[in-house]
Design a binder for this molecule. Sequence first.
Ligand SMILES: Cc1cc2nc3c(=O)[nH]c(=O)nc-3n(C[C@H](O)[C@H](O)[C@H](O)COP(=O)(O)OP(=O)(O)OC[C@H]3O[C@@H](n4cnc5c(N)ncnc54)[C@H](O)[C@@H]3O)c2cc1C
Length: 551
Amino acid sequence: MAYDADVIVIGAGLAGLVATAELAAAGRSVILLDQEPEQSIGGQAHWSFGGLFLVDSPEQRRMRVRDSRDLALQDWLGTAGFDRPEDHWPRRWAEAYVDFAAGEKRAWLHRLGVRFFPVVGWAERGGYGATGHGNSVPRFHITWGTGPGLVEPFERRVREGVARGLVSARFRHRVTGLGRTGGAVDTVSGEVLEPSGAPRGTASSREVTGAFEYRAQAVVVTSGGIGGNHELVRAQWPERLGTPPEHMLSGVPAHVDGLMLGIAEAVGAHHVNRDRMWHYTEGIENWDPIWARHGIRILPGPSSLWLDALGRRLPVPLFPGFDTLGTLEHIMRTGHDHTWFVLDQRIIGKEFALSGSEQNPDLTGRSVRDVIGRARTDVPAPVRAFMEKGADFVVERDLSALVRGMNALTGEPLVDEAALRREIVARDREIANPFTKDLQVTAIRGARRYLGDRLIRTAAPHRLLDPKAGPLIAVRLRVLTRKSLGGLATDLSSRVLTAEGEPLPGLYAAGEAAGFGGGGVHGYRALEGTFLGGCLFSGRAAGRAAARAVA
Ligand SMILES: Cc1cc2nc3c(=O)[nH]c(=O)nc-3n(C[C@H](O)[C@H](O)[C@H](O)COP(=O)(O)OP(=O)(O)OC[C@H]3O[C@@H](n4cnc5c(N)ncnc54)[C@H](O)[C@@H]3O)c2cc1C
């Protein structure tokens, strides 16, 4: 039977674009399918902040950060906590990925025209022992141009492939089945959806106008994770994280529906580590939503006081930006879905970054003038907009009014003003205490020793009740779904494996659908900025391996 192309790639997100670009560069013909309209090309990566995990980079060195491949691997393994037989390939991927991040990753991207913001961020700081969870040093490199800046070179290469007649991009093609001939996966079938002018990121119609079936020598699944499908997130929610929250925000568009994973399973692929997921605890409702239940993640500096729903401080070391899943686990034990940041204008102005390309017009638009302008304003415009219009924000001059506002927002008198005042007064007293037993105050002082934090991420320690730092602000935080850490099991060539650990002939997977490599390169937890890089690395491996296989 004749083939329609050498390779079919399912999903035009970052991983699919990278794989397609590699295939076209090797001279292979590709059919690239996506259920969304063309204007949504790039998938989640378009919306992303563009944060990339790099190790021992020139940007780090300029910021006086000493990093190494060995330290990064120690951090990765301490964070991942690999402990299952299924972790054989994820661990191998982790080692290869750290080598990539410490080796050719930056130079490869640089050659493609990708540049980085000079101040390196420090995400997931850990707070446990040296071999435990977290980044020992800052490693979060923000792409100049954020997510769109990272998608750009790969989209360009794919469009060049289209112009050369090698790539046929077919949007509104929704895959519903995979088929095998003589054991090898070679058939992709599905529904053609009606044309859609839905703006990027918004839900497009699922009205079916036809059917398709294509055949190729190899098929690459790059369909993303499950974060937009709350039913699936709840069904796969691990016991160790308690009961899934009743109310969750969505950190991803609706097309991140996870359905393709079941379709791959039906043809023999092994879907592993599905209970491992990466959701954020600092979600706020977007006052100007693009997709349903659209939540924005705050990337916080370390100074906000983090309180549970009853106004009690979260335990050490669950400070803002230290341990995402440790915090989630704790919250789900409190019996409430929400927590609070209590802070002041001085802190919000310096320490709130909002994740998402559209929330950072200065970096996304590559405007040096606007970036400098942001550093000079009291509160950056996108954050100011949330203070003024966000449903989760309470802004008041004094603590009594703030607590009244917090209780009014939840409709229950859960926070006791006297208890909170006692806590804040005691915390404020520690600011003048050079010794202090308050480890958050120690952490703030530690952060300020890093030039990058001192410049743009950590406010100078001060009393929260100092009127000059006000007004006071309380932000209600909710759980926001984002990434699947598990996925289709793959070997280092991105070949999909069966439950017996054998390659399933013809089938490859990359990006979030493959747990960013191996079916879960992160293990239980992530160091951040590792997802986009995981798409680049596994998408490239899939494209190169499939190109070799169909030669
Ligand atoms: C707001 C935001 C900020 C982020 N910030 C960062 C960051 O700073 N650093 C970082 O490392 N990561 C970040 N991420 C995560 C990262 O962007 C994603 O994990 C990554 O882009 C996933 O890419 P992907 O190609 O695997 O999947 P996706 O981008 O989800 O693309 C999958 C594509 O497959 C298509 N598809 C799915 N099923 C089918 C089907 N059955 N038939 C046809 N097509 C199908 C979808 O329509 C979609 O276009 C962020 C994500 C978001 C949303």
